[in-house]
Design a binder for this molecule. Structure first.
Ligand SMILES: [Cu+2]
Length: 367
């Protein structure tokens, strides 16, 4: 990763210098963005509170996206569902452990909601997974219901999910950057899912600055959902191959919206961080921060790279190029940073996604 990172840093410097001001302005707030009117705000609810009819409508729409041929023909993608996964893979290095982590995934989930509605007639708002209710016990979460959920844990050596609406999907991408037909797989780790406990989320919500909040959320709450479900979900590159990804990231987005609402005059415009992070080395100690007692009755966490630690396929093939970073004059993320979607939806600046109910976006959360 190191040589690639330095290459990207030089690309970044070059692209920032060469960025025409009109690009920033074209992407600026209000431009081409329909205004969100109060009666249009969609209310996102926790999966635990949805009726079976609402759950079924969402699951059916996701299956529909999995059956619609790719429109963008992104690398390896056969379906619209794959287009999202493929875009995420290509963008991995610039959208994780970087300032745009939460803004990018907010827009990514929003475009997923738009696709469900536009392509598949979904009429609801994007649900989220209130993971605090299942901390330490993902195995028994109602999210994994075989009829009104995402299907259960993986089984056997392949770790393929065996039931639920997505059991027969042939995923075209992953693990990592590989183009490779396989099932949707899961290896639930209840120990890791303990990091979804409310005390870890509350610890983040108590942070007073954006930088502290973002690092905190990308630590325990983010890792809990990915590592707790395991297999494809634990892969930083190809995790959107498991549809649970979208409910997990909607949850993290809810935490950000909730944190913003505690002090909107400051936090609706508070941004920062690096434009290029390092998947392997950032945020040590953020999974189980030591200021909270360790999970009761669990053994120690698997050491990074040691036995029990997930194996990622993070070697980026030469043909997968992350786009140059646009909008910032250097390696610091600002409100002018351009969130690139590779065609999933229009590119937007971070300033356009700061408020879930203003400008381009139009939703809120039930908490
Ligand atoms: Cu991601």
């Amino acid at each position: 990763m190191a040589p690639l990172s330095s290459l990207l840093v030089s690309l970044l410097a070059a692209s920032a210098a060469a960025l025409p001001q009109d690009l920033v302005e074209r992407h600026g707030p209000g431009h081409h963005a329909p205004k969100c009117k109060p009666h249009q705000v969609r209310h996102r609810k926790s999966w635990h509170t949805l009726s079976n009819v609402e759950k079924k409508a969402y699951l059916d729409a996701e299956v529909c996206l999995m059956n619609k041929p790719s429109t963008l023909h992104l690398r390896g993608a056969r379906t619209i569902f794959d287009d999202f996964q493929s875009a995420h893979a290509t963008l991995t290095e610039i959208v994780h452990y970087a300032g745009q982590f939460l803004p990018f995934h907010r827009l990514f989930v929003w475009e997923h909601e738009q696709a469900l509605r536009r392509e598949c007639g979904y009429r609801g708002a994007h649900p989220y997974w209130n993971e605090t209710q299942d901390a330490g016990a993902f195995t028994t979460s109602i999210l994994l219901d075989p009829v009104y959920g995402f299907g259960g844990n993986g089984v056997g050596a392949s770790r393929c999910i065996a039931d639920g609406p997505f059991a027969n999907y042939t995923n075209a991408l992953g693990p990592g950057y590989a183009i490779n037909d396989h099932c949707i797989d899961r290896t639930i780790q209840d120990f890791v899912s303990w990091a979804a406990h409310k005390q870890y989320a509350d610890r983040c919500l108590a942070k007073s600055t954006w930088l502290d909040f973002w690092v905190c959320v990308e630590g325990a709450p983010h890792t809990a959902g990915h590592g707790g479900i395991g297999s494809q979900m634990s892969n930083p590159v190809s995790s959107p191959g498991d549809p649970i990804f979208y409910l997990h990231h909607a949850y993290l987005d809810m935490l950000w919206a909730k944190w913003q609402a505690q002090n909107p005059s400051v936090r609706l415009t508070e941004m920062g961080g690096k434009n290029l992070g390092d998947l392997a080395t950032e945020f040590p100690g953020e999974l189980f921060p030591t200021d909270i007692p360790p999970p009761p009755g669990f053994p120690g966490a698997p050491a990074p790279g040691g036995p029990g630690a997930p194996v990622f396929n993070l070697t980026r093939p030469w043909e997968v190029q992350a786009p140059a970073i646009l909008g910032d004059p250097g390696n610091t993320t600002t409100l002018n940073h351009v969130l690139q979607l590779l065609g999933l939806g229009p590119d937007r600046t971070i300033s356009q996604v700061m408020n879930t109910k203003g400008g381009y976006l139009c939703y809120d959360y039930d908490q």
